[in-house]
Design a protein around this ligand. Structure first.
Ligand code: PEP
Length: 262
């Protein structure tokens, strides 16, 4: 099955407008002329989205740069109104945002987002054709306690409740073991492949094998230039969601380059 890998930078609460500009100028010069067989996505903080959209629009127009897609790191499950601090999916679309990260473990653990909330956000995103990057993952305690499969099956089943096959084909799953996020500890490629295969089997239970074979499943958790090739060589790993190592243009470019190497 030919699934185009997707490499997404999750900048979290890093890089305001001027740092975004510095990054993009440098990153574009590094990827210019390289034709990666992959999709490249950048998720800056909300306030940097308009600047990113401007920079990419100009770059694409002027130098035919590798098209980079823009992602948001979160979105509201509501349309509009009295939701202080929230940003709606319609507002994001206006800023040329195509992807939205939903259900990140930091949203789950720090902001108390439940599977039901994440499910509502996924469905709201699809109403305006935003593509969810739906994050799932277990804690170390859950893995060591033998609960890996139960935890992931619940997150997937609840998070995707009433999400149609058509919408599922526009959704990317990011498997991110919580114990590997920002810790420098990466799942071994065997652990990652085994878990990705399990995730795909749950998707097959829900949507059938044909659809499951077409859904992209990214790995996330301390991905770096040095481990990208080995992880991306696994048959069920279709790209990466990258936090810390995406903050430097050189290391983000190297992850994509190494991850695309055959
Ligand atoms: C993430 O936050 O999605 C992530 C994978 O972070 P890091 O690459 O820093 O582990």
């Amino acid at each position: 099955m030919n699934r185009k890998p997707i490499f997404a930078a999750n900048w979290k609460m890093n890089k305001g407008v001027s740092e975004t500009e510095d990054f993009i100028k440098s990153f574009l010069s590094k990827i210019q002329g390289q034709d990666f067989p992959a999709e490249i996505v950048i998720a800056p903080p909300f306030v940097s989205l308009p600047k990113l959209a401007d920079l990419l629009h100009n770059a694409n127009a002027v130098q035919n740069a590798h098209a980079i897609q823009i992602a948001a790191q979160n979105a509201s499950q509501f349309d509009a109104g009295a939701y202080t601090g929230e940003v709606s999916v319609v507002m994001l679309r206006e800023l040329y945002v195509h992807y939205v990260i939903l259900g990140h473990s930091e949203r789950r653990s720090i902001y108390g987002e439940t599977d039901a909330v994440i499910n509502a956000k996924i469905k709201k995103a699809r109403e305006v054709n935003l593509k969810p990057i739906f994050c799932i993952g277990e804690t170390l305690e859950e893995r060591e306690g033998g609960k890996l499969e139960t935890v992931l099956r619940t997150q997937i089943t609840e998070g995707l409740k009433d999400v149609s096959e058509k919408d599922m084909l526009e959704t990317v799953i990011a498997y991110e073991p919580v114990w590997a996020i920002g810790t420098g500890v990466t799942a071994t490629s065997e652990q990652a492949q085994e878990t990705h295969a399990f995730v795909r089997s749950v998707l097959a239970d829900l949507y059938g094998a044909d659809i499951a074979a077409r859904i992209r499943i990214q790995y996330g958790g301390s991905v770096k230039p040095g481990n990208a090739a080995e992880l991306m060589a696994c048959p069920d790993i279709d790209g990466a969601l990258i936090g810390g190592a995406s903050l430097e243009p050189q290391s983000f470019m190297e992850i994509i380059r190494n991850g695309c190497a055959e």
